[in-house]
Design a protein around this ligand. Structure first.
Ligand code: 3HC
Ligand code: NAI
Length: 712
């Protein structure tokens, strides 16, 4: 007998019910991930009501159709007016059921999905299931009883760990913690769930409610865990809103009766929902999924690739080789001579040595990975390779020579990629006989760690090569962003501009330490001068020297960094840069001599220093970033504003809770940003030229998000 659960929702009911003997099977089928949209909430409510009212039902079994149990609330509904029933009401209704309710979990039971399971009376999960309360990553807290039921089931320490980290917990660990009751013997969720329900029925096991669980009974232990979490959050997550609320919600679980604490959880949830951090983090969630949706990947099939070639075994080549090896791909590296290839191999091996030393890899594991690595000084080693990534010196002639070799030896159809940071990839492509196969793959250092991969699309490249690059990103677990060819692509091009704004601020009166502090306060892990010390001041110095001949003589040029570099102060590696790093320490100390150099340079430039508040520092820094971001979108270097956002979130340490520079601009208001730029332009009209796109959007009363939506 198949019975449809009644629902007032106009759309097809995503919750179906079917009586299997005495067990009412409730299936949530809401692709792609069974999110708990309003129709699902109504369907679940109706199913439980029906079960309670039907004497033929002895127990209820909730399962998810497809790949997951339930991946949580429907994130797309946040920010819209809430529609009844609220998820917290659904979970409470499930818990209040007079018939025992069992959740059988496979795939993801996340956020509201796990909360539905915690509302149920018994939980069984297949071994591969992932459970978690990841709301914190969206600027939220579990708002459907998760902060109340989880601590009562697993104790305050474990619940706080799960909720504050948002991590996914495997079934075995979930069992150990007491989050579930059983790990299934097989992967057949339905059969296992039905058997478990049958067993409970036979044992006449009634409802067993999480709200009555006793893991908080030892109050002193629970309070100590909450105090520790509170201190940790205050120290490490100062900038974030929801972690503080999470701790207070768990405190309420300890202090207040369940129903009262549940109401408080709802209040905290609503506060989080209203916070700009929620808007920023949810923007980031969708943006990082949208970036892979590019026209070429939709139009063409990727070329198959099983083997990777890397030219150059320096910082980047070795990192790229490790990223590919980590993804299980065999790698062939070519260097210019034996000494260099030995060093290239050593650079790769060093990464795994580090893992072995930390106990994260066995010696045998290292040997197995290195068995997939081949080093050579002969380009002929690339003759069967499917995809080659060049990472040699940043010099167009050297690169062209390498591509000539690749053109000569590689098989037809091999993808030929360059990791150049700035050079003209169209020119590299035009220098060989197969420009359609040439693409930019701009990795970030360290390439085996950093998630961002700019996929730089030259004019002549064929669509399937672009699709292959996106497929490679997936394989390497990178976040790919499509970029057009220009000096610096998306990231480095914008960086160059706001970095210049920081130099102007410094010469006009803010110290590098004030600028760094303001940028950190904004939410970055480091300020721009600390970053320069980490990366090595010599890198930027070399670029400035290279570009000196082509620099606009009318443009303002701040020489302070050159004065620092002339002293050999390149940052951490020389124990001195903008900061001092005594005895190789990594946390820099302010340097009075640097301040004296800054002062001397201001005098030389005839500038009377003035003071800047943190607010003005950020307004200038961000206006420069946003304005160039708008130019990059305007010129189609980035497909959409969200591509700029993802680039900065994953490659430049932009605080995720602000969503990215373009999202931040939307939140501040584009009219305000433009007004700032026009104000700053009074001093330096050459530098502060409003982007035509910014002007247009302000005139039309639109924001950057409107462009994201239009492209979707
Ligand atoms: N709501 C709406 N859409 C969602 C969603 C959700 N909770 N979770 C995923 N999606 C969408 C994605 O945007 C994507 O859409 P697209 O195809 O149009 O781009 C699609 O589902 C597939 O998602 P993924 O590409 O991420 O698929 P994967 O298979 O790689 O991953 C997943 C699946 C592990 C479930 C992952 O999607 C995920 O982590 N989802 C978010 C889980 C989450 O944060 N849940 C908590 C929500 S907040 C909450 O529950 C509040 C409550 O406490 C009141
Ligand atoms: P590196 O100097 O550490 O390594 C370059 C390697 O290329 C050296 O090992 C050198 O022996 C080798 N090489 C030079 N000519 C060669 C040739 N003809 N054939 C084979 N090998 C040759 O340089 P790094 O930092 O790894 O940079 C490489 C490329 O990656 C550059 O284009 C750079 O702009 C780009 N890049 C660098 C980033 C960084 O943070 N270092 C970040 C992103 C891109």
């Amino acid at each position: 007998m198949v019975q449809e659960a009644t629902s007032s929702a106009a759309e097809a009911n995503p919750v179906s019910t079917e009586l299997r003997g005495k067990i009412l099977l409730v299936t949530v089928d809401n692709p792609p991930v069974n999110a708990l949209g309003v129709a699902v909430r109504r369907g679940l409510m109706a199913a439980i009501e029906a079960a309670d009212a039907n004497p033929a039902v002895g127990a209820v079994l909730i399962v998810g159709a497809g790949r997951n149990f339930i991946a949580g609330a429907d994130i797309r509904e946040f920010g819209l007016p809430p529609q009844p029933p609220l998820l917290t009401e659904v979970c409470s209704r499930i818990e209040a059921s007079r018939k025992p309710v069992i959740a059988a979990i496979h795939g993801a039971a996340l956020g509201g999905g796990l909360e539905v399971a915690l509302g149920a009376h018994y939980r069984i999960a297949v071994a591969s299931a992932k459970l978690g309360l990841p709301e914190v990553a969206l600027g939220l807290l579990p708002g459907a009883g998760g902060t109340q039921r989880a601590p009562r089931l697993v104790g305050a320490a474990a619940a706080l760990d799960i909720i504050l980290s948002g991590r996914h917990v495997g079934a075995a660990e979930a069992l150990k913690l007491g989050l579930i009751d059983r790990v299934a013997q097989s992967d057949d969720t339905l059969a296992e769930g039905l058997a478990y329900a049958q067993e409970l029925l036979a044992a006449q096991a009634g409802p067993r409610r999480s709200r009555d669980a006793q893991a908080l009974a030892d109050r002193a232990t629970a309070q100590a865990a909450i105090d520790a979490a509170r201190a940790d959050v205050q120290k490490k997550q100062r900038h974030l809103f929801s972690p503080h609320k999470i701790v207070e919600a768990v405190q309420a679980a300890l202090d207040k009766p369940f129903d009262e604490a549940l109401k408080l959880e709802r209040q905290f949830f609503m506060q989080c929902l209203d916070s700009p951090q929620r808007a920023g983090l949810i923007h980031a969630f969708f943006a990082e999924r949208e970036v892979a949706k590019v026209p070429e990947a939709a139009a063409a099939q990727p070329r198959p690739f099983k083997t990777i070639g890397v030219v150059g075994g320096g910082t980047m080549g070795a990192g790229i080789a490790v990223a590919a090896l980590d993804a299980g791909l065999p790698v062939t590296m070519v260097e210019r001579d034996q000494v260099s290839i030995d060093r290239g191999r050593a650079n790769v091996e060093k990464v795994y040595d580090g893992l072995v030393a930390k106990g994260r890899m066995t010696v045998e594991g290292q040997a197995a990975v290195m068995a997939r690595f081949t080093g050579s000084t002969d380009y002929a080693a690339f003759k069967d390779v499917d995809l080659v990534i060049e990472a040699v010196f940043e010099d167009i002639e050297v690169k062209k020579a390498v591509f000539a070799e690749l053109d000569r030896v590689c098989k037809p159809g091999a993808v030929l990629a360059t990791n150049t940071s700035y050079l003209d990839i169209d020119a590299i492509a035009a220098s060989i006989s197969r420009p359609q196969d040439v693409i930019g793959l701009h990795f970030f250092s360290p390439a085996n760690i950093m998630k961002l991969l700019e996929i730089v699309v030259p004019a002549k490249v064929s669509a399937d090569v672009v699709a292959t690059a996106f497929e490679l990103a997936k394989k390497l677990k990178k976040v790919p962003v499509r970029a057009g060819v220009c000096d610096g692509f998306i990231g480095n091009r914008i960086l160059a501009v706001y970095r210049q704004a920081a130099d102007y601020l410094m010469e006009d009166g803010a110290s590098p330490y004030e600028i760094d502090a303001a940028v950190r306060e904004f939410g970055y892990p480091m300020g721009p001068f600390q970053v320069s010390d980490l990366a090595g001041g010599d890198i930027g110095w070399a670029t400035r020297k290279r570009k000196a001949a082509t620099r606009n003589p009318a443009a303002r040029y701040v020489q302070i960094a050159d004065r620092i570099c002339e002293r050999g102060w390149f940052g951490q590696k020389t124990q001195r840069g903008w900061y001092q790093y005594p005895q190789g320490s990594r946390s820099g100390q302010q340097d009075p001599e640097v301040l004296a150099i800054v002062d001397a340079e201001r005098q030389r430039a005839g500038i009377t220093p003035r003071s800047f508040s943190s607010d003005e520092i950020i307004r200038r820094y961000m206006a420069a970033m946003i304005n160039e971001g708008a130019n990059v979108v305007h010129q189609r270097i980035a497909l959409r504003p969200l591509d700029v956002d993802v680039t900065f979130l994953y490659g430049y340490g932009f605080p995720r809770f602000r969503g990215g520079p373009m999202k931040y601009a939307d939140m501040v208001g584009l009219d305000k940003v433009l007004a700032d730029i026009r104000e700053f332009a009074k001093e330096d009209p050459l530098f502060w030229q409003p982007s035509p796109l910014l002007v247009q959007l302000v005139e039309e009363g639109k924001n950057f998000e409107s462009l994201n939506k239009a492209a979707a």
